[in-house]
Design a protein around this ligand. Structure first.
Ligand code: SF4
Length: 444
């Protein structure tokens, strides 16, 4: 077992050990600090992303995300300094400077992010000095990302990414930005989701200054301090940047989620409410009504088939789990287990509030623990990411990918319909007749 505490939510006060490091040597579903920062910065499509470290770190995070770009696609290339034994002994600074020199000349990026990995933290290469020098020579921002893999968990990586982006914010021209303007933070444009979200906000009359980071552009992030409001999804990843922007530029932030009907509608209403604009609110109501009239009847059909089925959730941040609990409820399904890699005590308390008695709530789990929970609760579908998929399939349980690798849009109103369709197709698939569930001990 890891150092997480599992709460079975029998009505007692939630006591959960979370927001701390995994036990050293334990197998965890979590990713490292470097991976956390790479995930957040990856969708900035016109930047160069150079991983300073052994080739394995770059391969681990190479183009595994479904973040789409409407223009340049430099983000999809994975560059690495490929540190070898000799570099570890004599230092990798020269190799890094040479790599930056060659790559910037060849690809002409708008900025470069240089990621620090475990070994760089150990040998002590001076990333700041190299980046400063190259920045001066090339005339573009060259930003070190302090993401040594061992120095914490994925959440620490989010912080490193936010610190790196904050160096860009405030360096661009903000002229011409209207008052009713926002930045969209924490959507990574998987399967084109940010294009749908942008369209919703544009329909109610809001101007978008920067997407941070889905379909992101360096020039937009540079002028993001000109927006009146930061709208933050997946608060674990980019709330740090919103906090820094509030402190430095006085820009308020609201937390939203684009998953599920309720939360998507609330995301639009919350922006209209913030601007205290009656006309904007009227348009928001119209948008929600229009979208619901398209998807609701179809969702009801899926609900008929899925009612009473059991679902388990294990995702990166707890905030997404809130939306998924509500989305399953809309489909008439029971959530019997819910957990995350990086949730905080207050987020778990909120999860306790919205789930039914007996629900297993778990932080920082591992494959064996998750397998035993799925068996104990006899679930019909497991929602997670790339590391959870094999756990479900080995147990003969249906699976829905709700992480960054997916190619299906699950955000927005149409995303809820896609989600219902995917859950239905997976749970009802005839394949489970040939691959029956691996039986476990049930406490139900
Ligand atoms: S940074 Fe460290 S933990 Fe992360 S992938 Fe590289 S070696 Fe592994």
């Amino acid at each position: 077992m890891q150092n997480n505490v599992i709460d079975k939510k029998e009505g007692a006060d939630l006591k959960i050990s979370c927001d701390k490091e995994s036990t050293a040597g334990a197998v965890s579903q979590r990713a490292c600090v470097f991976c956390g920062s790479r995930v957040v910065l990856y969708p900035i499509a016109d930047a160069l992303h150079l991983v300073h470290g052994p080739i394995g770190c770059a391969v681990y995070t190479w183009d595994i995300r479904g973040a789409l770009s409407s223009g340049p696609e430099l983000h999809r290339l994975s560059f690495s300094t490929d540190l070898q034994e000799k570099d570890v002994i004599f230092g990798g600074e020269k190799k890094l400077a040479a790599a930056l020199d060659e790559l910037i000349d060849r690809h002409n990026p708008k900025a470069a992010f240089v990621y620090s990995t475990c070994i760089v933290g150990i040998i002590g290469d001076d990333l700041d000095a190299v980046c400063r020098k190259v920045e001066k020579e090339k005339g573009i921002p060259v930003i070190p990302v302090k993401s040594e893999g061992f120095k914490g968990n994925k959440r620490e990586g989010y912080r490193a990414a936010c610190n790196a982006m904050f160096r860009l914010v405030g360096t661009g021209d903000t002229s011409g930005i209207p008052e009713k303007s926002i930045n969209i933070l924490g959507d990574f444009n998987l399967a084109g989701e940010i294009w749908m979200i942008r369209e919703m906000y544009e329909r109610i009359g809001v101007h978008i200054v920067a997407n941070i980071t889905g379909d992101g552009r360096v020039e937009h992030i540079k002028r993001a301090h000109g927006a009146s409001l930061n709208v933050v999804q997946c608060s674990g990843a980019t709330m740090g940047l919103a906090d820094m922007m509030k402190k430095e530029y006085g820009i308020p932030a609201i937390r939203v989620s684009y998953f599920g009907i309720e939360d998507m509608a609330e995301s639009i209403y919350a922006v209209a409410e913030h601007f205290k604009d009656d006309e904007m609110m009227r348009k928001a109501r119209e948008v929600v009504k229009e979208e619901l009239s398209i998807i609701y009847p179809k969702i009801q059909e899926y609900r008929k088939a899925l009612s009473g089925k059991k679902a388990a959730i294990y995702v990166g941040g707890a905030f997404k789990a809130f939306s998924l609990v509500k989305a399953f409820r809309l489909l008439g399904m029971d959530v019997v287990m819910v957990g995350s890699q990086t949730g905080t005590a207050s987020e778990y308390r909120e999860l306790q509030e919205i789930t039914d008695p007996g629900t297993i709530i778990v932080d920082d789990s591992n494959p064996l623990e998750l397998s035993s929970f799925l068996q104990e609760k006899n679930v019909d579908i497991f929602v997670g990411g790339v590391k959870e998929r094999p756990i479900a399939y080995k147990l003969g349980v249906a699976f829905c990918d709700h992480n960054h690798e997916r190619k299906e849009a699950l955000a927005g109103f149409i995303g809820m319909l896609n989600f219902a369709k995917e859950v239905y197709s997976s749970v009802m698939s005839p394949v489970w007749r040939f691959m029956p569930k691996v039986e476990g001990k049930s406490n139900d």
